[in-house]
Design a binder for this molecule. Structure first.
Ligand code: CP
Length: 336
């Protein structure tokens, strides 16, 4: 499916919101809990649908009726700025009825379990649950016990599938493809769910993925996943089409993985000078939130090669695509 065939690309004056055609395909699954479960065709469908969805955000009336009558509950048990906001905006642009629950204002603080919270929300008949949780596997668990579709908005150190999808969308939008591109992902690899989802997605789509970080922050097992691993930032960045910097996740660190933040920046911080080893049209990326002066220099993050805010903007289109494509597949029986 592409945007042209979907009919969502209007060269003539835009139709009123209720008449604007939408892409016809659906994901044949109830949940999106990880990139691991997605085929190349499903990833391509989501990225192509997001092209059409991005046009909605450029209209004066940023709304289509695709999810009218559907209820989406955003359950965030962990802090978020970008993911939560962009899911909420995406839901509103698709005309869903939507509400957000943060752990701090829910009965979780009184000791309610995740399963009880989910079952109580499900008693009110939502169609989709968007879930962020600090425990790896929380979204898989909910997808098994919930009748509603579950979308993983980041679970522990496991996966952040919509982040990888929006990263891929941003690269593909700028470069026209993913296959054959050198993508360097650098920083705190160990604690990053963004890394795991990106390695799966970019690898599946044929990109040449390089990982760089201190040996103490390289997860075991990645050597078998077809990626290159180096502790030399220069080697990782050499000739790269895209450089994605990852945040040092101090909140998930129990031990001393490197001497000091100043030392870390000296060896692993990305600067304008180091980025010159990459291709002239390199894309500088970061999923956010950034630690300026730790993994990335401010002048690079704010410079002409940076697509960091494009990633954020594209997050709305990609999440619209995911919500839309899953919304036809929510009438499944719970399996447990
Ligand atoms: N990239 C990302 O997940 O950012 P938030 O934590 O702000 O959602």
């Amino acid at each position: 499916m592409n945007a042209e065939r979907s009919g969502a690309t209007n060269a003539t004056p835009a139709a009123p919101p209720d008449e604007r055609p939408m892409p016809a395909n659906r994901l044949r699954r109830k949940d999106l809990v990880g990139i691991a479960e997605l085929s190349v065709d499903e990833i391509t469908l989501i990225l192509d649908t997001a092209v059409a969805m991005k046009e909605v955000s450029s209209l004066s009336i940023k709304k289509v009726p695709a999810l009218r009558g559907k209820t989406v509950v955003n359950l965030f048990f962990e802090a978020s700025t970008r993911t939560r906001t962009s899911f909420e905006i995406a839901e509103k642009r698709l005309s869903a009825d939507t509400l957000s629950i943060a752990a701090g204002t829910s009965a979780v603080v009184k000791g309610e379990t995740l399963a009880d919270t989910a079952h109580n929300i499900e008693a009110m008949s939502p169609d989709l649950l968007v879930v962020r949780h600090s425990s790896s596997g929380a979204c898989h668990f909910l997808s098994r016990i919930c009748r509603s579709g579950v979308i993983n908005a980041g679970d522990g150190m496991h996966e952040h599938p919509t982040q990888a999808l929006l990263d891929a969308f941003t690269i593909r939008e700028r470069k026209g493809r993913l296959a054959g591109l050198k993508v360097a992902i650098c920083g705190d690899l160990l604690h990053s769910r963004v890394l795991r989802s990106n390695v799966l997605l970019l690898g599946r789509m044929g990109a040449d993925v390089w990982l760089c970080g201190p040996p103490t922050l390289v997860p075991a097992g990645f050597g078998r996943s077809g990626v290159h691993i180096t502790s030399s930032l220069d080697e990782a960045v050499e000739g790269a089409d895209a450089v994605m910097m990852l945040r040092i996740q101090l909140e998930r660190m129990l031990g001393g993985y490197f001497p000091t933040l100043r030392e870390y920046f000296k060896v692993f911080g990305m600067t304008v000078e180091r980025a010159r080893r990459a291709k002239a049209d390199v894309l500088i990326m970061h999923p956010g939130p950034m630690n300026r002066g730790v993994e990335i220099a401010s002048d690079l993050a704010d410079g002409p090669d940076s697509v960091i805010l494009d990633q954020v903007a594209n997050g709305v289109a990609v999440r619209m695509a995911v919500l839309y494509l899953l919304s036809g597949g929510v009438e499944h029986e719970a399996v447990a």
